[in-house]
Design a protein around this ligand. Structure first.
Ligand code: PMP
Length: 355
């Protein structure tokens, strides 16, 4: 007899992260290649000595440090076990069966999965032809069942950003009681042009329904420790606090995040090198004939359509693990020249072969 597990989840795929193997160059998960700084390692070691105790469930010190850095009150900050959990908790506290969660597609895979797990309905609005979020189409997709909207900026996996005016116009259009989550997981890699530049914290002050999501997983290099945060109106933070799984941000993660904030000048300086590489890698790929949109993240998107899986498999055979999205394209993390060149050599050979 079948066990009583929700039947509506039967066809839901599980999240499959990029797989790697010993010796491979892993460019599949948008991580940084460098390990933690000595000061961060030291904080990790010190925290490890006290893991017989539960972590601070209120994440008081880290919340205070983030509030201070960002010029907001502590009642506007919620730390979570990765920003993915904050995405999930936002869905949980806003949406149930029959409710709709709107986001662009293709985008971060957690949005549809977590929406379905909550029993709510994902509303996937296709990206524009230049692979950016189509905000007017998303506004048109709002119904009286819409409870939450995700705007992934830059978008994972395409790396594209929306224009600043379009974003503000969108926020003006969305009914003010519907929460809009601006997912800025790649915030530290943004180098926005004049028409794109926006200040999420300023927008947050203007729009009470705006939630900004950021993470320590990318530029801060703590993907393995799972720390992210939400900036939101205190009413949203109270709700997120209710959904917070007790003690889910462990004590090592909290201390490593604090040490990373203390060393952030050094960590953020590294993003400049990645940004320079992103320009170089995108340019070279375009010269080779690939369709690559402008990226504002630490990865680039190759629009490969039906060739996606074949390309990704051949790439793995060449020792480089990238992230394929069947039928659409491949996302490749940009790190530093030594690794990126290994990928580019493969991309060159592939382009030569298919000419
Ligand atoms: N949002 C986006 C757009 C992402 O790409 C990711 C990581 N892949 C996350 C959120 C979650 O990041 P984390 O849980 O590591 O903070």
């Amino acid at each position: 007899m079948a066990l009583r597990i929700r039947e509506d989840l039967a066809d839901l795929p599980v999240y499959v992260p990029g797989k790697t193997f010993p010796g491979a160059v892993k460019l599949a998960s948008n991580e940084v290649t460098e390990g933690p700084l000595p000061s961060v390692r030291e904080a990790i070691g010190a925290a490890a000595a006290a893991v017989n105790r539960y972590p601070d469930n209120g994440m008081v010190e880290l919340t205070a440090a983030l509030a201070k850095k960002l010029g907001v009150t502590e009642s506007e900050v919620q730390v979570g076990c990765g920003s993915v959990i904050l995405c999930q908790n936002l869905i949980t506290v806003t949406s149930g069966p029959g409710d709709e969660v709107v986001f662009g597609w293709r985008s971060f895979e957690t949005y549809p999965l977590a929406t379905r797990v909550a029993g709510a309905t994902p509303v996937q609005v296709p990206l524009t032809s230049d692979l950016t979020y189509d905000l007017p189409a998303m506004a048109a997709a709002i119904t009286d069942r819409t409870r939450l909207i995700f705007v992934c900026n830059p978008n994972n996996p395409t790396g594209t950003v929306v224009e600043a005016d379009a974003l503000r116009q969108f926020l003006l259009t969305v009914p003010s009681d519907i929460i809009v989550a601006l997912d800025e997981a790649y915030f530290e890699y943004l180098r926005l042009g004049p028409s794109q530049a926006y200040d999420a914290l300023e927008l947050r002050r203007e729009f009470r329904n705006l939630v900004v999501l950021r993470t320590f997983s990318k530029a801060y290099g703590l993907a393995g420790l799972r720390v992210g945060y939400a900036l939101a109106d205190p009413e949203v933070i109270v709700a997120l606090g209710k959904a917070h799984v007790p003690f889910s941000v462990n004590s090592i993660a909290q201390q490593a995040a604090l040490a990373s904030l203390a060393a952030e000048d050094e960590l953020l300086a590294r993003t400049d090198a990645v940004v320079a590489e992103r320009t170089r890698v995108s340019g070279r790929l375009r010269d080779l004939g690939y369709r690559v949109p402008d990226s504002q993240a630490n990865f680039v998107w190759l629009n490969l359509g039906d060739d996606t899986i074949e390309f990704a498999q051949a790439c793995v055979e060449a020792g480089v693990v990238v992230r394929p999205f069947a039928g659409d394209g491949v996302r490749v993390t940009v790190t530093h020249p030594a690794e990126d060149d290994i990928f580019l050599r493969f991309a060159e050979q592939w382009a030569a072969r298919t000419k």
